[in-house]
Design a protein around this ligand. Structure first.
Ligand SMILES: [Zn+2]
Length: 235
């Protein structure tokens, strides 16, 4: 009964406020959310198994040969400039579509489950936003993505790490500058021990921010860290 009422309400809302695809702006069908099936089919997904892992771990090894904080890495899409993922990223980051972030988190959770069927995680940790950025944006997109993964994997989301200071945008820094910019940018307020963590962010670029955050988590007691991002940006 409740289900029928919800469906009916959905149908009425659809008639009153027809949703459009965030990429091509065509009217969405009733069973489509945020993105039409044709644009969705054009998203560049990584091949299973491990295409994303290979790319991310190779990038980390090239950029930060001495890093040992990140043990494993997974991602869903390859992010080309001007490609279909750009509209998704923009919607999540700047248009306030927090439900889109949750929906994409669920899809990323499915990738994690398929790629690592025997892996266990004690907690899903969203990449923290500085308070000022949180106020500016109204929500932390990584936290919404983590909530979506949590729904799928039934692992709790825990904010184990915080930003200590407002770091300027990483854009425009070279690799060395990026690492200096991020140095000591994270702190874990409560110590923990022996935790296997899934550290979540929206986009992996050079890996410097994730690396720095993972290092703080390892120093505070993480035993194993897998990073999961919606996409990997082509550099
Ligand atoms: Zn479309």
């Amino acid at each position: 009964m409740l289900m029928t009422a919800t469906r009916l309400l959905d149908a009425i809302m659809h008639l009153l406020y027809p949703a459009v695809c965030i990429s091509c702006e065509r009217l969405l069908a009733e069973n489509e959310r945020f993105i039409c099936s044709s644009c969705d089919a054009d998203l560049d997904r990584f091949l299973l198994p491990n295409e994303s892992t290979d790319l991310m771990m190779n990038t980390l090894n090239e950029n930060f040969p001495s890093q040992t904080a990140i043990d494993d890495a997974l991602s869903h899409y390859f992010f080309h400039k001007g490609g279909k993922f750009q509209a998704l990223a923009h919607g999540i980051k700047y248009d306030g579509l927090s439900e889109l972030a949750v929906a994409q988190g669920e899809l990323l959770g499915r990738v994690v489950a398929e790629e690592r069927p025997t892996a266990t995680f004690d907690a899903i940790v969203p990449m923290p936003l500085h308070k000022l950025k949180f106020i500016e944006r109204g929500y932390n997109q990584a936290e919404r993505i983590a909530a979506g993964i949590s729904r799928l994997l039934s692992v709790p989301v825990k904010s184990l790490v915080e930003r200590t200071r407002y770091t300027s945008s990483q854009t425009g820094f070279d690799l060395r500058g990026r690492m200096t910019n991020m140095k000591d940018a994270f702190v874990c307020p409560t110590p923990f021990s022996d935790k296997r963590l899934l550290l979540v962010d929206d986009i992996f670029t050079t890996g410097s921010t994730l690396c720095s955050c993972a290092r703080a988590l390892k120093q505070s007691g993480a035993a194993h860290i897998t990073i999961a991002t919606l996409a990997v940006a082509s550099s």
